[in-house]
Structures are given as structure tokens and as C-alpha cells.
Design a protein around this ligand. Sequence first.
Ligand SMILES: Cc1cc2nc3c(=O)[nH]c(=O)nc-3n(C[C@H](O)[C@H](O)[C@H](O)COP(=O)(O)OP(=O)(O)OC[C@H]3O[C@@H](n4cnc5c(N)ncnc54)[C@H](O)[C@@H]3O)c2cc1C
Ligand SMILES: Cc1cc2nc3c(=O)[nH]c(=O)nc-3n(C[C@H](O)[C@H](O)[C@H](O)COP(=O)(O)O)c2cc1C
Length: 592
Amino acid sequence: MNPPALIPQIPENAPFSIEQRAYLNGFLAGLFSRTTAPSSAPTPAAAPSLMPLTIVFGSQTGTAEKLAKRASKEATKRGFAPVLHDMASTPIKECASSPSLMVITSTYGDGEPPDTAKSFWEGLNSAEAPHHKARYTVCALGDTNYPKFCAFGKSVDARLEALGAHRILPCAECDTDYEAAFAGWLDKSLKELSAGVGQTGVTPSGGDAVTPVAKESAVSGTRECPYPSALLVNRLLNGEGSAKETRHFEFELTDPTVQYQAGDALGVIPSNCPALVSDLISTLHADPEEIVPVSNGLELSLFEALSHHFEITRIPKALIAHLAVRTREEQLVKLTDPNVNGELSAFLRGREIIDLLLQHPGARTTARELVAMLRRLQPRLYSISSSPKAHPKRVHLTVGIVRYESLGRQRKGVCSTFLAERAGGSPVPIFVHRNDNFRPPADPKVPMIMVGPGTGIAPFRAFLQERSAGGAQGRNWLFFGDQRSSTDFLYREELQAQKSAGILNRLDLAFSRDQDEKIYVQQRMLENARELFNWLEDGAHFYVCGDASRMAKDVDAALHRVIEIAAQRNPDQAREYVNALKTSKRYQRDVY
Ligand SMILES: Cc1cc2nc3c(=O)[nH]c(=O)nc-3n(C[C@H](O)[C@H](O)[C@H](O)COP(=O)(O)OP(=O)(O)OC[C@H]3O[C@@H](n4cnc5c(N)ncnc54)[C@H](O)[C@@H]3O)c2cc1C
Ligand SMILES: Cc1cc2nc3c(=O)[nH]c(=O)nc-3n(C[C@H](O)[C@H](O)[C@H](O)COP(=O)(O)O)c2cc1C
């Protein structure tokens, strides 16, 4: 990955007013930052009228970064001189001294900051955090499937206020289908911010309404304009007798405008299982041909709408509230209390919409009522497991197929089973989800340590292909694990061939069920603490991909232990060491 460009800043004691300094900083940022498009850089002639604006983003997988760039473009059109900062490298004093501040950030883990925003958050919370004077507004990105919805954005919002900044709008909370909420927030924020800053002259170009996203990115292969691709390969990776179903998929990618890099994810837009759609319609005693509203005036048959437009498994909170009102059942009423997070998660686990409808026929929910409560069907992301250098016209995925039983019914993950069972016929809409926070080192000589058990192997297969294709000299170390070596050693031949060819210098394996006691990748890290630390001291980048709920936490704890053991540091020093790795983007995670 390219190191972030150093953007020169006008010193505070330089003989400029705040507005002039902000304008000049904006201008320099436009010239030097990879994050600000040169075409949107303000021109010197318009200098006196431009309003200073600092935009700070915190992002794990690129969404907040993409939206921050969009906000920056829009702000420029409306007469601001925006300066865009990643929380990874933003000095707190930059925010403190800014007169106008917009923050866009996602939430990760269990209500935590994105990895690269952790140091920023510690700084903002420290006793030495400076007084803030900005008029500010926060846009929090999240997912209502997580109990701590948008928690980090909300914490930043509260902390800025506590530090003296002046909130001009309530924190916007955006779910995974964020477009309308984000566009509304952006428009209002820029109006409020510009109302509070005096302009001195030339009227800036650009209209009032936020530029529709489709206009900006009507390029094929984006979330807004997916690319219809043929699924060419669907191959089971596990051997007979495995408890897992992990599949290798290959999509055709012959359109030269659809490009990806190792480290990116692929968005897949699935359709729902037709058998479940039919079951749901019978449970409602509805007619599959009944016409229902979908969005923006679009109306479709119930069958079509439920097949392609709505999430029909995950229970929306609105459905619980609706049933609580209709049935007055104590448990449902209790679950509508906004403070019942733990209980709600336990209730939702293993339950789907159909279970609630079957359990409460007396509520007489109609098809129209249900559709009005459903969330839009969301694309699923998959870490790409190929390098375009090795496979220029294809994109590969490594997917764990979700199947389980609960309450006496067989359940299927929407997208993974769509890929496994139904994606072969007609083209599948896909898009590239760029992730600049997860890239092999830009310098081919820098060593890589990759921890990727299970489907976590995916991006590292891409990294190794990338390095191999480019003849990179840097050493590569992979920790891989799964249940059993005989059935679950994904890509065994490839990895062993890369080991023999010297592309993979170290391959450490942990198969949890090959022996009585469970062995996981983090144990292998600890067994090799000294060598692992030596690699880090040699500048290695450390990568983790796969399960977020347990594996990534255990690997993180093991990394801290490695530093304590091998370098004889105390836990605080180990934490500082790991934080420095994160801030310099040498510790990168792609966990889910
Ligand atoms: C950046 C990123 C990269 C990713 N990369 C990959 C990848 O490379 N490979 C990969 O396989 N996945 C990857 N994922 C995960 C992937 O996006 C999907 O979340 C996954 O495939 C499940 O989607 P689905 O539609 O099949 O299941 P869904 O319909 O979304 O259902 C999943 C839900 O089912 C429930 N569930 C699952 N198992 C059980 C159980 N045993 N008991 C009760 N409830 C259960 C849980 O609520 C779970 O959230 C990635 C995710 C992200 C965010
Ligand atoms: C592993 C993981 C954990 C997450 N945890 C939360 C959470 O606790 N709360 C929340 O609201 N959203 C959570 N999210 C959702 C992200 O915040 C959301 O997808 C966001 O749009 C991602 O933005 P980014 O690409 O800029 O990081 C989580 C997502 C993942 C993959």
C-alpha cells in the first residue's frame, strides 16, 4: 500500500486569517492528497469566498472513506475548501482548531472504532485533549443487525460536545442501505455549516441539492451500477466427511472498466430462496401475484418483490413492534424496549421472519404490512481470493456456505446458498468494494505475516498470487487453520506448491480437531513468538482475515503476548507497539 501522502500545512503562526489558512491548506491538500481529486481542488482566483471545512473519516473497509470523499466533492461545489483527513493520521489539534468539522465514521467489533481510528479515539479521550471550537456534525455508519448500532459515531459525537465543540445537527445514524440518510445528512450539514460562516464575495458554483450518487459513479461494477457477471466455477473445497461446506467460485470479468486489486472485496447481490418466498406467502395467506409497493413508486408482484428486493429472513425491529402491538404478548412488548440489547440478540438468534409469523397468526399481518416493515435486500461482501495479475479476466471467492437447523427448520444463509445453489443460470450482479486499508505492502521487499484460518485464507491467496506474479522478493509467512487436515486444508496443493517454490517462506498450520486438545492459529503464533517478533522488527506487515467474533480477538491478544514474551515488554508497552503498527497501517484486518 502507498504510504499516506504528507500534506504540507500552513503553520499556525503564518500571517493568514483562519479562513485564508484553511483555504490554503485545502488547496495544498488538493494538490498533495491522494484523497482529494485534483479537479475538485479550489482555484486560487476564488480564494476569498471559500469556507474552511475539515472532514475526518474513520473507516475499516472503505465505505466511510468513500462517503467522505463524496462529501468533500459536494462541499467544494458549495463553496467550501474542504480538507480531508483519515483518523489514522489526523492530529487531534487539527480538529480542535477547525471552525467547521464533519466526521464520518463506521463502527466495528462490538461498538468499537475501526482499527485505524483507535489512536485517534484514545487521543480524543485523553485528559490532554484540547478544547474544540468547531461547529460540527457527525455521520455514523453501522448496521442494525449489531446490538451497538453506530456506537462509535455516537461516542465521537458526544465526546466532541464534551470538548466544547458546537453540534449543529443530531448525529446521523446510517444503516447498511445508507444512501438516503447519508445524502440527507450531507445536504443539511453543508447548509447549516455555510449558514454559520460569513462569505466574502464570489458566489460559488454548484446547486443546492446533493449530487445524486448515480451520476458520480455510473460506472459498471460499482454498488450503484453492478456488473452482471457469469459464474464460471463453483467447486467444493472440503473433502468428503467434512463438517464444513466451503466453496471456490470464479466470476467472469471481461469488461475492462471493472477492475479490482488484491485486498478488495466483491459485493454480490443475491436473490432469496424461491421455496422460502413461497412458504412466506402461504404463511401470510397472500396471493403471490398481489401487487405491492417496493420503492420510489415501483410496484411489483409480491413474489417478485420478496424474491429480489427485501431481506426475508432477518427479523426487523419494526416487525417485533408490530406484533407486540397486535398481540400484546409480554415477551414481544419487552423486546421493544430500546435497552434490551442482550435479550433481543438471544431472541433473534436462530429465528427468522417466518417463525414470528407462524407463531402469531392471530396478528393477521397482511402482505402490504409486512413489505412496509422489511429492510432492503443487502449485497454481501466477500474478500476476493485472486489477484488480477494472475487472473486478469476473472475474480475468485472463497465462501463458507451458511446452513443450520433451528426450531425444527433447515435454514440457509441468503447469499452463500444463492451462490452455491442458484447463481449458475443467469448473470449475477456484482461490484468491487475497494478497500485501501487492506493491501499487500507497496514495497515488494517488505515481509508479510498473514493469519487467515478458514475462509480467512481468501485475501492471502490473492496477496500471494500478486507477489508471485510481480516477482516480489519479500518473505511471506502464512498461518492457516481449520477443523481437520484431511478434509479442510483449503487450497492444500496450491499452498504446498508455493512453499516448495519459495514464495511462501513459512506455512504454520493448526487443525483444531486433528488431536484431542483444540489447537488454533494463535497457539502457533505463540510457539513462534521470537521469530514472529523478528519479522515485525524487520518491518513486516501483519494481516488477519476471517472470524471477527473469536478468532480475530484471540489473534490480537496473541500478538500482544508475542511482543511481551519476545521483546520482554510489559502489557502497556506491548499495547503501544501494536497501536503503532495499526497507526502506520502495518497491522491490517479484514474480519467479519
Ligand atoms: C468485508 C467482508 C468480507 C467477507 N469475506 C468473506 C469471505 O471471504 N468468505 C465468506 O465466506 N464470508 C465472507 N464475509 C461474510 C459474508 O459477507 C456473509 O456475511 C456470509 O456469507 C453470510 O451471508 P449469507 O447471506 O449467506 O447469510 P445470511 O442470510 O446473512 O445469514 C447469516 C446469519 O445467519 C445466522 N446464523 C448463521 N449460522 C447460525 C447458526 N448456526 N445458528 C443460528 N444462527 C445462525 C446469523 O445471524 C448470521 O448473521 C465477509 C464479510 C465482510 C463484511
Ligand atoms: C466485523 C464487523 C463488526 C461490526 N460491528 C458493528 C457494530 O458493532 N455496530 C454497528 O452499528 N455496525 C457494525 N458493523 C457494520 C459497519 O459499521 C458498517 O458495515 C459500515 O458501513 C462499514 O463502513 P466502513 O467500510 O467504512 O468500515 C460491523 C461490521 C463488521 C464487518
